[in-house]
Structures are given as structure tokens and as C-alpha cells.
Ligand binder design. Structure first.
Ligand SMILES: *Cc1c(COP(=O)(O)O)cnc(C)c1O
Length: 400
């Protein structure tokens, strides 16, 4: 990597997004990192090959282990999170599953936020027990509930904040203290906030995972994941398992995401400005029953959002009048806003969990996790606010 005058931690975050992850030793001085589409790298000699394998000499060996384009992205995101290092993965789920496989042994226990990303929950509930790993799901927004649910075998507290799709926050500092007092690690899925708005390692988390698919790439055109650790020992442990299990990233994928991350600050600033205005507009609309956005003073954890986040982000959830039918009507009448899952792209996306993503969960269980029939999730994009408002207005007006 290019040697910078100042330590990466001393740069401000928008500068890091643009300047971190640049190749140091190219003779051409290219400004964009090239796509190193090579599966293997030649050794100058047998001795140097041996030295690279022994880790005594820098240099690349084989793309599953390390690739220049992928490494540039790892440096970039790790610096944004103020971490020791980053490990890029094929998808967000590859990042999450690799962390579990690397750090959880037989007869250990994970304590997790109840409304974690659906696939993470299925992984913990249905797959990890095959390896002797148990899990419990609690409302981590209440530190007392975390404390009470700890078991002697708890080795990991796994948190998402804000949660999907309910927009509930967990106090990262409190969660880190509880985990550490118990000898457990705190792992945070920081996909929803992005490192531009929230850096869990600064609050004591040991590991951060990301679906780069969302805000960091930001263009709804590629999937990817990242693991960032605070310390070198956890980094080495996870890197080893990632290399062996093989869920690493492809250079072309890394190049696209590196291109996306350069504008993360601009996109997040623009989208959250839109989101605040949309949240206020929705709060006043007669067909909207309630709005939950961390930037609104009526959000139950508005003060916590102000404390641990640099901004309130662009994810909103709200309840429409007329329950399930109201949600379906809204989905079928938006024109500009796209009816799709995923989030964090430049375009606004809307989804209705009760009729779309969460239909397989029985209604009672859904409601227990706060996913009511009337709940709509909106990922606000970077369009002009007036166009978004008009689209929402005409579609909301059609709700009976
Ligand atoms: C999308 C998402 C994931 C999974 O990421 P993929 O890139 O789809 O594998 C994990 N956590 C959160 C919060 C997500 O939104």
C-alpha cells in the first residue's frame, strides 16, 4: 500500500474513503487500483517463494490467500472502521459464518439480538447446533436482558444496531462491557449504519462484520462482505479459517466495491438528509400510524443514537393504516421507489416484511419481534426529496 505521510487513523473519514487502499509499488502511477485478475503469482526464485509462504517476505502467492485488488479494499474498510485489519469475503453471510466457524468451539453459546438479519438467525438456530454451538436471542436494546441471558458457555455476544427492520438500537459500550466482564467477545454487524456513521470497535467491540452489498458498495450491483478485527490475534485466527474454508472475495468484485466505497460519505450524507425529511413528511401523513427513525426526537433511543452514531442514517420503518392491506396497497402503488429487498443503494427501496420477507414466520412470532403487519421498511436513496415525497404521497393516498 502507498505510504502516507500521516497515519491512517489521523485522517478524517471522507479522506480515508477516498485515499485508503491505493497500490504503492506500481510503476505506472495509476490513480484507480487495477483489477488483478490472476489466480496465482510467480515467485522470482524458489527461495523467495519459500520466504513468502513463511511470511518472512511480502508478496502475493495465490488469490484465495491474498490479492492486490482485494487487499486494497480490505485496507480501505479496515481504516474506516479504525480496525487492525480487514478480510474481504464473497458475501456478507460468508463474513458472518467465517467468524462463527473461527471463534466458536463445541459446547459454546452465542447470545444474539432477537431481530438479527434473517439468514444470520437461521444459521445460528439451524446450522450451528450441528457443530455443538447453541444460541439465545434477546432484546439487546436492554443491557439488563443481555446480562440475564448470559450462560457459563457464552463466548460471543452478537449484536446488530440499528436492527432490521425495526430500527431498535443497542448501546455498544454497555454491550462490550457486559461481554468482556463475562470473558466473551462482542461481534457487531455494522451493515445498517456503515462505518461512516458508527464505528463499534471504538466502543469496545472486538469484531465488526459487514455486508458490503449494502451501503459500502451502494449501487445494488454486487455482493460482498468484510470482517474487521480490533486486534491481531483474532485477525490471525479468523484469516486462517477464511483461507481454509475459502469464502474469500474475487478481485473483480473487490474493484467494484472499492469504486463504490469512494463515494460512501457523499451518498450517506445525501441519503440521510433525504431520510430526515421523509421521516418528518411521513409523521404528518394521515395514512401513517407511526414512524420510527433514530433522528426523530420521538424515537425511544434518540439520545443513544446521538451518542454512538455520527448521523441517523437513511433507514426508516413506519406503520401504515389498515395493517396488512395497507402495506400491500402501498407496495403496489409506488412508482419511483423500487419494490425490492436489500438496502443502502443510491436508489430508494421499499419492502413490506409481513407480506414479503417475513411471510414464513408465524404472525405471533413476527409480532413478538416487533414486525407488525403494518410495518413498512424504507431505504431512502439519493434522489431529490420532492420526487420521493410525491411518490410516497400518491401511493399512501390509495390506502383505503
Ligand atoms: C444483507 C445483510 C446481510 C447478508 O449479507 P449478504 O451480502 O447478502 O450475504 C447481513 N447482515 C445484514 C444486516 C444485512 O442487511
Amino acid at each position: 500500500m502507498k505510504k502516507r505521510e500521516s497515519h491512517p487513523h489521523s485522517m478524517h473519514k471522507a479522506t480515508k474513503a477516498i485515499h485508503m487502499g491505493i497500490l504503492e509499488d506500481s510503476i505506472y502511477g495509476e490513480v484507480s487500483v487495477p483489477i488483478f485478475q490472476s489466480s496465482t503469482f510467480a515467485f522470482p526464485s524458489a527461495e523467495e517463494g519459500a520466504a513468502r509462504f513463511a511470511g518472512e517476505q511480502p508478496g502475493y502467492i495465490y488469490t484465495r490467500l491474498k490479492n492486490p485488488t482485494v487487499h486494497a479494499l480490505e485496507e480501505n474498510v479496515a481504516s474506516l472502521e479504525n480496525g487492525f485489519g480487514g478480510m474481504a469475503t464473497a458475501t456478507g453471510m460468508a463474513a458472518i459464518s467465517t467468524v462463527f466457524m473461527a471463534l466458536l468451539d463445541r459446547n459454546t453459546h452465542v447470545l444474539s439480538t432477537d431481530s438479527v438479519y434473517g439468514a444470520t438467525r437461521v444459521l445460528l438456530e439451524s446450522e450451528m447446533p450441528r457443530f455443538g454451538v447453541k444460541s439465545t436471542f434477546v432484546d439487546t436494546s436492554d443491557p439488563e436482558k443481555i446480562k440475564k441471558a448470559l450462560q457459563p458457555e457464552t463466548r460471543m455476544v452478537y449484536v446488530e444496531t440499528p436492527t432490521n427492520p425495526t430500527m431498535i438500537l443497542t448501546d455498544l459500550g454497555a454491550a462490550a462491557k457486559i461481554a468482556h466482564d463475562h470473558g466473551a467477545l462482542l461481534v457487531v454487524d455494522n451493515t445498517f449504519a456503515s462505518p461512516y456513521l458508527q464505528r463499534p470497535l471504538e466502543y469496545g467491540a472486538d469484531i465488526v462484520v459487514h455486508s458490503l452489498t449494502k451501503f459500502i458498495n451502494g449501487h445494488s450491483d454486487v455482493v460482498g462482505g468484510m470482517i474487521i478485527t480490533k486486534k491481531d490475534d483474532t485477525f490471525k485466527k479468523i484469516r486462517r479459517v477464511l483461507n481454509l474454508f475459502g469464502g474469500t472475495m474475487d478481485p473483480h468484485q473487490a474493484w467494484l466495491i472499492l469504486r463504490g466505497v469512494r463515494t460512501l460519505p457523499l451518498r450517506v450524507e445525501r441519503a440521510q438528509q433525504n431520510a430526515m425529511q421523509i421521516a418528518q413528511f411521513l409523521s404528518r401523513h394521515p395514512k401513517v400510524a407511526w414512524v420510527r427513525y433514530p433522528g426523530l426526537p420521538n424515537h425511544p433511543q434518540h439520545p443513544l443514537a446521538k451518542k454512538q452514531m455520527d448521523g441517523f442514517g437513511s433507514m426508516i420503518c413506519f406503520g401504515v393504516k389498515n395493517g396488512l392491506q395497507g402495506g400491500v396497497t402501498l407496495m403496489n402503488n409506488v412508482r419511483l421507489i423500487t419494490l425490492a429487498v436489500s438496502l443502502g443503494g443510491v436508489e430508494s427501496l421499499i419492502e413490506h416484511p409481513a407480506s414479503m420477507t417475513h411471510t414464513s414466520i408465524p404472525r405471533e412470532e413476527r409480532e413478538e419481534a416487533g414486525i407488525l403487519d403494518e410495518l413498512v421498511r424504507l431505504s431512502v436513496g439519493c434522489e431529490d426529496f420532492e420526487d420521493l415525497r410525491e411518490d410516497l404521497e400518491q401511493a399512501l393516498d390509495k390506502i383505503p
